[in-house]
Write a protein that binds this ligand. Structure first.
Ligand code: F3S
Length: 72
């Protein structure tokens, strides 16, 4: 399965990830994204039905701030 979090240091609050994957990403008061699966800890399995959205968001972020990793 996949896991995800946002690198909030490099996110420029462009708003793309939440538009692509609203089930995964939301924005704080400054517009900086975070994963709302687990408050950006990156420890919660991404539900399989939003994996495609995750990969899309990962590829679409202009600053490569949508982090993903995969583990068994
Ligand atoms: Fe930030 Fe990238 Fe999302 S810049 S708002 S993490 S698409």
């Amino acid at each position: 399965p996949y896991y995800t979090w946002i690198d909030k240091e490099t996110c420029i609050a462009c708003g793309v990830c939440g538009a692509i994957a609203p089930d995964l990403f939301d924005y704080d008061d400054e517009g900086v994204a975070y994963s709302h699966l687990d408050n950006n800890k990156g420890e919660t399995i991404v539900p399989s039905d939003v994996e495609e959205d995750l990969l899309d968001a990962h590829e679409s972020c202009p600053t490569e701030s949508v982090k993903i990793y995969q583990k068994e």
